[in-house]
Design a protein around this ligand. Structure first.
Ligand SMILES: [Zn+2]
Ligand SMILES: [Zn+2]
Length: 261
């Protein structure tokens, strides 16, 4: 399985001279199986960096529908429009109709299947599962497994780790057990969290805790706060990597093959 990251920024897209290295596009991730199956997770503005790889017939899974996770969706209209838009939380057709309708957006979105699965989904050679995590309006963490190779990636874009009880954290760790790559919310610095309780996000130290608890070997920290500069992210990345060698502050445009160890 290969994983490509289109955008790692949180909340809203940014651009500027000191926000280049890590990119300003919001979250979109593409998991691609060895058999060519493509599963997109979320549709932030970072979708634009995935368009070249994307083929017709992909599945798009929504962790939730906050704007930063769907603002890139109109980009897909045309050849790249997904075969199915999956939201186990339901309500997707109504939500998209509210957002993408005149005068908010002038182009009607093409039709797609919008399944509301209750059980894990098998899509080609990939298996998709999910669980609720604490975040305002709710959010799903998702797991993409490739049974043929044993590779697994777990994505928790918007999650307030410290709002979870020890049991809930342990249940998440079971869900994410032995992931080869964990992609996790690192919106805040540890020293910022006290003033932002209830905002629905984690700190980079929380992400390290989650990675250790689930036994992930590689960790991509993401949902970078919009105001965060490259220099600040470099500093946070160095602090995180000193504590967890597999920790990387994710950058838009990176891709890697996920090998099961
Ligand atoms: Zn978000
Ligand atoms: Zn959100």
């Amino acid at each position: 399985m290969k994983v490509f990251l289109g955008g790692a920024r949180g909340s809203w897209p940014v651009s500027g001279g000191d926000q280049v290295k890590y990119g300003g596009d919001t979250f979109a991730l593409l998991a691609e199986g060895a058999d060519g199956t493509q599963v997109l997770v979320d549709a932030g503005s970072g979708l634009r960096n995935l368009l070249e790889r994307l083929r017709p017939g992909a599945t798009l899974f929504f962790t939730h529908t906050h704007l930063d996770h769907l603002i890139g969706l109109p980009l897909l209209a045309g050849e790249a429009w997904p075969r199915q838009l999956v939201s186990p939380r339901g309500g997707l057709p109504d939500i998209l109709a509210r957002v993408f309708s005149p005068p908010v957006w002038p182009v009607a979105l093409p039709a797609a299947e919008t399944p509301v699965p209750r059980e894990p989904l098998t899509i080609g050679g990939l298996r998709l599962s999910w669980r609720e995590v604490p975040h305002p309006d709710g959010c799903l963490a998702c797991r993409v497994d490739e049974p043929a190779t044993g590779a697994a990636v777990v994505v928790a874009t918007d999650i307030e780790w410290q709002a979870m009880s020890p049991d809930a954290q342990e249940s998440f760790a079971d869900f994410a057990r032995a992931a080869d790559l964990l992609v996790f919310d690192a919106h805040f610095k540890p020293e910022e969290y006290a003033a932002h309780k209830g905002w629905g996000h984690s700190t980079w130290a929380d992400a390290l805790d989650a990675a250790r608890r689930c036994g992930a070997t590689q960790l991509w920290l993401m949902h970078h706060a919009p105001e965060r500069t490259d220099a600040e992210l470099d500093d946070m990345a160095a602090r995180a990597a000193a504590e967890f060698p597999g920790a990387v502050f994710a950058r838009a445009g990176v891709g890697r093959e996920i090998l099961h160890e």
